[in-house]
Design a protein around this ligand. Structure first.
Ligand code: ARG
Length: 476
């Protein structure tokens, strides 16, 4: 489709008609620009055509228009579709929005049949239908892209089921974990994001057409057949609600904000890990940029932008909530403002998910640096406390004993596992040589061997369960 910006559509100033015989003067050019939405809602063109065709077929089946009218409408719409696809459709600002642009072109092509298309319909139920069709397709696409990202995440987790890194709380070294286990946390978040989108889809996939302007229509119509033809699960039950609420779009933006928030958290980690202070990972060069002044720099621009774009996605959610609040029933022109935030949310999510899957595939992991960091932070201190508890020491006493041992090791500038048995005996005489098994990073991981734990065996199990739940990647 030809790219449109505010300046690129035709403005026919001389021909700036009034709305109808009731109006004494045309709107000014500024008002025309201010009220027009064709600059962005042309994105709905394909869904507008699908909705119009289903509506026209229903009108013919119910005897509201003739078979000949329907044939003319179908023929005209085929040509319009073709013109839009080829980028030669003449979008006109004067025709305000995607709906009037298409309808007036149809009438120019097929005459009176085009004028009959709007029987038993209003732009209010028309636009609500278009957005729902658009959003349904977008949700399906986004769910597929999340799945592709999850496959990339699971592949990386599998390669690193045994790779040890420090797990953090408060960004301080806490306990050793498998890097694969860390990645699986994001797998869970993405799985819930998908579930939320699937649930949101049910409420998106209801047909507004038939509500007309707000009260329904006096023509004999068949809403169920239109719903069936357009693949809706059902019809919006109340005509006022059908044309006015955009809660389904708000709900989608809330799902999007959570999804971006998850990706923003992972991005923050990638950025930290790539800093030489951590040195845990390298992103492939195609996701980084250099500095114009500091030749040594390689900046993780892509994760930084994902983190930054989360702000704009959150902003769109707040924009839509604010747009909706205080609107009296039923349709108000305010709702025209729903489109740009919604479209930008969809476009940003699509790009982000695509880039992310590729970025994870090209991630280089520095296992030695991760291991070193886990050793530096006394990550097995809890394991020593647990060891003492298992030998009969009350947990609070064990906690204090280990605190003293850590302090001693800190002064000696060594790890707990580097202390001799004699040195450890200063703190507790229940300690025996078997302590060294729990003080190693591997021993620590392996001991957390239950569903949801970080033992490499559990990580591998979780990966295969996640793969099963996700289905094969051929479905992507
Ligand atoms: N462009 C409008 C929108 O996006 C279409 C509906 C206009 N309806 C009306 N009564 N002015 O909401």
């Amino acid at each position: 489709m030809k790219f449109l910006n505010r300046e690129s559509y035709t403005v026919v100033e001389k021909d700036n008609k009034t709305w109808s015989g009731r109006f004494n003067e045309p709107v000014s050019e500024l008002v025309q620009r201010y009220t027009a939405s064709v600059g962005f809602d042309h994105k709905l063109a394909e869904y507008d055509i699908q909705g119009s065709l289903a509506h026209a077929r229903m009108l013919a089946a119910t005897g509201n228009i003739s078979a000949a009218d329907l044939a003319a409408i179908e023929k005209g719409m085929a040509q319009i579709r073709d013109e839009i696809e080829k980028g030669v459709f003449d979008w006109q600002l004067e025709r305000e929005d995607v709906h009037l642009n298409i309808e007036q072109r149809l009438t120019a092509l097929v005459g009176d049949a085009g004028k009959k298309l709007h029987t038993a319909r209003s732009r209010n139920d028309q636009v609500a239908t278009d957005i729902r069709l658009y959003l349904r397709a977008a949700i399906d696409d986004i769910i597929g892209l999340i799945r592709a990202l999850q496959h990339a995440l699971l592949d990386l987790a599998e390669q690193h089921a045994d790779t040890i890194m420090p797990g953090f709380t408060h960004l301080q070294v806490a306990q050793p974990i498998a890097f694969g286990h860390h990645l699986l946390a994001y797998q869970e978040m993405l799985q819930r994001d998908t579930q939320r989108l699937q649930d949101c889809r049910k409420r998106v996939n209801q047909l507004p057409l038939g509500a007309a302007a707000l009260a329904g229509t006096s023509y004999p119509i068949d809403r169920a057949s239109v719903a069936r033809e357009l693949g809706f699960d059902g019809i919006c039950r109340n005509s006022l609600d059908a044309v006015s609420d955009r809660d389904f779009a708000i709900e989608f933006c809330a799902c999007a904000a959570l999804l971006m928030t998850h990706l923003s958290r992972l991005s923050e980690e990638l950025i930290l890990w790539m800093s030489p202070a951590f040195g845990f990972i390298q992103l492939a060069d195609r996701f980084c940029t250099g500095s114009s002044i500091m030749p040594q720099k390689k900046n993780p621009d892509v994760p930084e932008l994902v983190r930054g774009k989360t702000g704009r996605i959150n902003g769109h959610l707040v924009a839509l909530l604010t747009l909706m609040k205080s609107q009296p029933l039923a349709y108000n022109k305010d709702n025209q403002e729903d489109k740009e935030p919604l479209f930008d949310t969809v476009d940003t999510l699509r790009d982000t998910l695509r880039i992310y899957a590729d970025m994870l595939t090209g991630l280089h992991v520095n296992q030695a640096a991760m291991r070193q960091a886990a050793l530096r932070g006394y990550a097995t201190a809890t394991d020593l406390a647990d060891y003492l508890v298992k030998k009969g020491v009350p947990f609070r006493d064990a906690h204090e004993i280990v605190a003293q041992a850590v302090r001693f090791a800190e002064n000696k500038r060594c790890d707990l596992s580097d202390l001799s048995l004699a040195e450890l005996h200063q703190f507790s005489n229940v300690i025996e040589t078997d302590v060294f098994q729990v003080l190693t990073l591997e021993g620590s991981l392996q001991s957390r061997d239950h569903p949801g734990g970080t033992a490499p065996r559990q990580v591998r199990l979780a990966i295969s369960q996640a793969r099963e739940a996700l289905g094969s990647r051929d479905n992507d």
